[in-house]
Ligand binder design. Structure first.
Ligand code: PEP
Length: 247
């Protein structure tokens, strides 16, 4: 079963309007492989600005949403608000949300469930910390994070799973293609045993963690790596080469 290659850019808390104009310019000139789904994750204040200038072949994501539609939650935005502004995607459970802002597996799962119910598509991030990998607990951690989400959602149709080992994010230490493939394969096996074979074969599992134009091609060759979530390099023209890594 074929899974469309997916490359997300996570701009995090970066960008001014003029810097964004530069990013959009290289996305426009591309050329971007038409076989790849490309989505950029934009700080919330710039979502509508970016939506207005992005080329048609690039979609847009928010980097967070809350778990209910509206109410007394100062500083939060809801999936309903994103949809009201034509924003179809959201990144949830990013390790910075989990580890800097203390989001638990439970909260991430509630957010994913609410976002899907509201009609958003979700890039759901999971991944182990260095000490968890060194203690041999990688599988246990990523399975636990995935199960928390699975327990709350009805369908994986609109979910892309981003496996992002925390020790590789923003550190320049990329997982080797073999390390990433090993976890992706185990996750697919987890889906087969705990959800069903169709989800195991169709859900896209993308890798994130210091992906660059230099390492993307080798990572993209692995059979269970269905794309990337890219932080730092998504702000640079190198992002085009990462999108085209399968070519
Ligand atoms: C990320 O922010 O999801 C990420 C993977 O960052 P970087 O590519 O900079 O490691």
């Amino acid at each position: 079963m074929s899974r469309k290659f997916f490359v997300g850019g996570n701009w995090k808390m970066n960008g001014t309007k003029s810097e964004i104009d530069g990013i959009v310019a290289f996305l426009k000139s591309g050329p971007l492989d038409t076989n790849v789904e490309v989505v950029v994750g934009v700080p919330s204040i710039y979502l509508t600005y970016v939506k207005g200038i992005l080329p048609d072949n690039v979609s847009i994501a928010a980097q967070n949403t809350y778990k209910v539609a509206k109410g007394a939650f100062t500083g939060e935005i809801s999936p309903a608000m994103l949809l009201d502004n034509g924003i179809p995607w959201v990144i949830l459970g990013h390790s910075e949300r989990r580890n800097v802002f203390g989001e638990t597996d439970e909260l991430v799962a509630e957010k994913v469930a609410h976002a899907l119910e509201a009609g958003l598509k979700v890039i759901a991030c999971i991944g182990e910390k260095l000490e968890e990998r060194e203690a041999g607990n990688t599988e246990e951690v990523v399975f636990r994070q995935t199960k928390a989400i699975a327990d709350k959602i009805k369908s994986w149709d609109n979910v892309v799973v981003a496996y992002e080992p925390v020790w590789a994010i923003g550190t320049g230490k990329t997982a080797t293609p073999q390390q990433a493939q090993e976890v992706h394969e185990k996750l697919r096996d987890w889906f087969s045993k705990n959800i069903n074979q169709t989800v195991a074969e169709t859900v896209r599992i993308i890798y994130g963690g210091s992906v660059t134009a230099g390492n993307a091609k080798d990572l993209a060759k692995e059979k269970d790596i269905d794309g990337f979530l890219v932080g730092g390099a998504s702000l640079k023209p190198d992002f085009v080469q990462i999108v085209n890594a399968k070519q």
